[in-house]
Unconditional design. Sequence first.
Length: 114
Amino acid sequence: VQLVESGGGFVQPGGSLRLSCAASGFTFSRYAMKWYRQAPGKEREWVARISTTGDSTGYADAVKGRFTISRDNAKNMVYLQMNSLKPEDTAVYYCKAVGRSDSWGQGTQVTVSS
């Protein structure tokens, strides 16, 4: 099983980034997916969730209205579109399949700073 996150980078407040997560080694379409993030010195926290078909999503209050999660089951990919980024969004972002005990991927660093 492999989860490979990408798309992070350095962006100014108010900017946008699109994160991608490539999944392999399991039947991707059978699992809901989540994005998490971990800021320096803080616990890892849930950010967004998407159902197996993509017709149901959920967001943490801190990102609601600014982030959008989506998936492409044909490509085994899950995405996180992040708009109106704030300095407090600075973190390493990870994707995870719900209900699986796979190891965390390497994550992708997002830094929001002026």
